[in-house]
Design a protein around this ligand. Structure first.
Ligand code: FES
Length: 257
C-alpha cells in the first residue's frame, strides 16, 4: 500500500515546468502546468527513455530519444513509437509542498482524477492514443512482393524496393524512417548478370523487438529481384538513429513536431 510522500516545495517548479523526483526509490517526472500538478514514471514505454528530460508542450511530454509523446495527465501514449501508457501517479498539495502517491498500474484510459483540483471535464481533449492506429495500415506491415522497383539495379531502385519493408510498430517503411545508412552493390560471384548487395541499416533502439523481422524482410524483398544474387544486412548502431533521420512524410505520419 503506497502513501503520499512529500517530494518538493510548491515554489521549486515554475508553471509551466517539470522536474525529476524520487518516490519510494522510483524516479518520477513531476509536471506543473496551468496551476495543476501531474506525475508520471520517468520511463518511456518504447525503450525506457527519460521523460523528465523531454520537451514539455501544454499537456504533452515528448520523449527525448525517439519522439514519442505522452499525455502528462494520464500517462497515455499519444504518438509512435510508444504504444503503451506509462504509469501516472496521484498528486496533492499540502503544507506548501507537493505530495506524490505511487500507483501500481498505468491509468490507461480517460482523464485522470489525480490532477490536483482539476475536474476532468475542464481539461482539453486528448488526441487519439497511439494504439488506435489505422488497422488497415496494420495489415500492411509485412513485406510482400519484392516488386517495389523494376528498374535497373542501382542504389535508388534498392531503396525503392526497401520501401516495401515496414516497421511493425510504427507502420512506416524503413527507408522513410531513415534506417538505411548505406547500400553497396558488387558483382555477383557465380552469375555476371546478378549482384551482391550489402545493406547497412540501423534500428530505432538497440533492443528494438522488430529487429529480426526487419532484417528478414529486407533480405526477402531484395532477394526476390532477378538481378540479385545475395543480400547481406549489417546492423550499424553508430551513429545512433534519431528522429532527425526521418523524412517529412514519416514525421507527418507519426505526428512528430
Ligand atoms: S525511448 Fe522513448 S520514444 Fe524511444
Amino acid at each position: 500500500m503506497h502513501e503520499f510522500e512529500r517530494v518538493i516545495d510548491v515554489s521549486e517548479v515554475p508553471d509551466p515546468g517539470k522536474t525529476l523526483v524520487e518516490v519510494e526509490g522510483e524516479m518520477v517526472a513531476l509536471f506543473h502546468v496551468n496551476g495543476q500538478w501531474y506525475a508520471l514514471d520517468d520511463v518511456c514505454t518504447h525503450d525506457g527513455g527519460p521523460l523528465a528530460d523531454g520537451e514539455l508542450r501544454d499537456y504533452r511530454i515528448a520523449c527525448p530519444r525517439h519522439g514519442a509523446k505522452f499525455d502528462i495527465r494520464t500517462g497515455a501514449a499519444l504518438t509512435m513509437p510508444a504504444i503503451r501508457p506509462t504509469r501516472s501517479h496521484e498528486v496533492k498539495i499540502g503544507d506548501g509542498g507537493v505530495w506524490v502517491k505511487l500507483r501500481d498500474v498505468p491509468m490507461a484510459d480517460g482523464l485522470a482524477a489525480h490532477a490536483v483540483g482539476s475536474p476532468a471535464t475542464t481539461l482539453p481533449p486528448s488526441p487519439a492514443p497511439a494504439s488506435s492506429a489505422n488497422p488497415s495500415e496494420t495489415a500492411n506491415t509485412q513485406a510482400t512482393t519484392g516488386q517495389g522497383s523494376t528498374g535497373p539495379l542501382c542504389e535508388d531502385t534498392v531503396r525503392e524496393t526497401l520501401k516495401e519493408v515496414k516497421d511493425p510498430e510504427l507502420f512506416v517503411n524503413i527507408v522513410d524512417l531513415g534506417l538505411i545508412y548505406d547500400v553497396s552493390i558488387a558483382p555477383g560471384t557465380t552469375d555476371e548478370a546478378k549482384h551482391a548487395l550489402t545493406i547497412n541499416m540501423t534500428m530505432t533502439s538497440p533492443a528494438c523487438p522488430a529487429g529480426p523481422q526487419l532484417i528478414a524482410d529486407t533480405k526477402r524483398v531484395l532477394s526476390q529481384r532477378s538481378d540479385v544474387e545475395s543480400v547481406e544486412v549489417r546492423i550499424v548502431m553508430d551513429p545512433p538513429w534519431t528522429p532527425d533521420r526521418m523524412t517529412e512524410a514519416a514525421r507527418d505520419q507519426l505526428g512528430i513536431f
